[in-house]
Design a protein around this ligand. Sequence first.
Ligand code: DX5
Ligand code: ZN
Length: 214
Amino acid sequence: MKLISPSLLSADFGQLGRDIEMLNASECDWLHVDVMDGMFVPNISFGQPVVKHIKRYAKKPLDVHLMIMDPGRYVNDFKEAGADILTVHYEACIHLDRTLHAIKDAGMKCGVVLNPGTPVALLEDTIQLCDVVLLMSVNPGFGGQKFIENTYEKVRQLKALCNRKNPLCLIEVDGGVNTSNAPLLFDAGADVLVAGNAVFKSDNPQQTIHDLKQ
Ligand code: DX5
Ligand code: ZN
């Protein structure tokens, strides 16, 4: 599968409605929504009230990436705000199995996110529950960072794990994705690519989304 999930972190927050309309009219598949708490990552972005407004405009599923400590506390809040896919960091959950079940029980697709320093092998006992696994290809917290090359190897390892235990699980990659590395990531086995700066700093965002899918 070749899906694109543009990250609204790089959108113009003063013109979110306009930027979402642009994405609605593009070939993108999901809208990636980065929630940061200033604890799990150094940065603070936005929370449920803003997600609720994004939902009012969006015509595509909201792919909500929680970069917050103990995200299990907020599962129902993000369901109410309009999340369709909710991903939580392995590093931020003490009771990961419980949190994944809570997301499913709330009626959303669930996924685990791994930081660049967290091995794929740690998913051995949760991969069965995942609709998606998100591999960070930068250290989370900011848009516009440089892609970490070791990600290709992690995508291949994750693909092997999915083939063995959950072939329906999607592989998503987030951070520093652009039109140069996108084909290599899809070749390695990625299904969904997140792109912030590559889309929103482009002169023609809709064309860039089209190019990323090729
Ligand atoms: C980083 C966020 C990403 C970010 C990607 O912590 O999770 O989703 O917005 O932005 P780019 O594509 O610019 O690296
Ligand atoms: Zn993200």
